[in-house]
Design a protein around this ligand. Structure first.
Ligand code: ATP
Ligand code: MG
Length: 202
């Protein structure tokens, strides 16, 4: 049984080195047994936006983490119909009974919107949040969010500094569309996959 596990949720369209650095740093610092990468099926906050087929996003995650025994791909959100709510995912993972303690990793941008998340109070009661720094977003504002949640729930979110990588999936998609290089921004296997499958060209 994995005792201490973190979930790294995302659209991963595509997964990039920013995601991987975050996961590694949190795993090291918290002494985690495993990080589960959970690609979202239908991201609730990206409805209407054009998102690459879930199977392709999941395959890129698989390629990017293949060389790290501590990282694992988890397809729960792809197998579940409807919008991908983190609350349902965390509930499902805990119900499986394989994990003693669950952490959920989010970047500064995502965590500052947490008050809009589905069943956020119940979610925070189920797992700890690790709010990682991200260039371009102010983690200082987290205190205000914590204040609104109240002392007890607010404390369930822990700010966490990681090496800054100003990389985003949106920027990678834009670079590919403009014919610019994405070398050193994504895992080499992911770079190959994007080329071979003609992703993000238009
Ligand atoms: P997009 O530009 O399409 O929104 P993204 O780069 O933000 O893509 P997501 O899949 O949306 O990637 O992010 C998944 C999680 O990883 C989120 O919690 C996000 O805040 C975090 N994250 C992504 N990139 C970084 C980064 N460079 N540094 C720290 N956290 C990051
Ligand atoms: Mg994002």
């Amino acid at each position: 049984m994995d005792k201490r596990v973190a979930v790294m949720g995302g659209t991963f369209d595509p997964i990039h080195l920013g995601h991987l650095v975050v996961a590694q740093e949190v795993a090291d610092e918290l002494g985690l047994d495993r990080v589960l990468f959970v690609p979202s099926g239908q991201p609730p906050h990206k409805q209407g936006a054009k998102v690459t087929a879930a199977e392709l996003r999941a395959e890129m995650v698989r390629l990017a983490i293949a060389d790290n025994p501590c990282f694992q791909l988890c397809l729960l959100e792809l197998e579940r119909p409807g919008p991908s709510y983190t609350y349902d995912t965390v509930r499902q993972l805990l119900d499986q009974g394989n994990y003693q303690e669950l952490y959920f990793i989010t970047g500064a941008d995502a965590v500052l919107e947490i008050l809009t998340w589905h069943r956020v109070r119940e979610l925070l009661a189920l797992c700890h949040f690790i709010a990682v720094t991200r260039p371009g977003f102010e983690l200082e504002q987290l205190r205000e969010v914590q204040g609104r949640l109240g002392t007890q729930l607010g404390q369930r979110i822990r700010p966490f500094t990681v090496p800054s990588l100003a990389i985003s999936s949106s920027d990678i998609r834009a670079r590919v569309a403009r014919g610019k290089s994405i070398k050193y921004l994504v895992h080499p296997e992911v770079e190959k996959f994007i080329v071979n499958n003609n992703l993000y060209r238009f």
